[in-house]
Design a protein around this ligand. Structure first.
Ligand code: ZN
Length: 137
């Protein structure tokens, strides 16, 4: 089995934001040379998540509205006593900071309307990492 590792770094400009990383993930899969296997996309952060869905501006705003609704910034969260970002931690915990995609014939298997995004929930941040690990043969 082959393992290919790639780390992306990026900055975010808003508290809540979606950053499309589909091209970078697909480039990593291509560079890996792996034909069949899996691709793990992981954000090693406690206040961000990785999601997959359509890159359409209205829907992207809807997703952020839903995140705000589910994890309101001004909720009575205990963590806010020390850090003021409990909502972002909750979003990361429940939405998940990791996604896995299958790879077949050298291509990431995803729906036409299934782009891959970093979901920033505690921005702006000058330094966010995304780890892409491709495993297979
Ligand atoms: Zn915190």
């Amino acid at each position: 089995m082959k393992v290919y590792f790639k780390e992306l770094t990026l900055s975010t400009s808003k508290r809540l934001e979606l950053v499309d990383i589909t091209h970078e993930v697909e480039r990593a899969v291509m560079k890996s040379g792996i034909r069949n296997g899996i691709c793990i996309i992981h954000a090693p952060h406690a206040t961000a998540a990785i999601i997959a869905n359509e890159h359409e501006s209205g829907l992207m705003r809807d997703i952020l509205t839903k995140v705000e609704e589910e994890y309101p910034r001004n909720g009575k969260w205990l963590h806010n006593r020390i850090d003021d970002n409990a909502a972002a931690h909750l979003g990361s915990a429940f939405i998940s900071s990791t996604r896995i995609f299958p790879i077949r014939e050298g291509r990431l298997i995803r729906g036409t309307w299934q782009n891959i995004f970093l979901l920033e929930m505690d921005g702006p941040r000058s330094y966010r990492r995304i780890v892409i690990e491709v495993m297979g043969e």
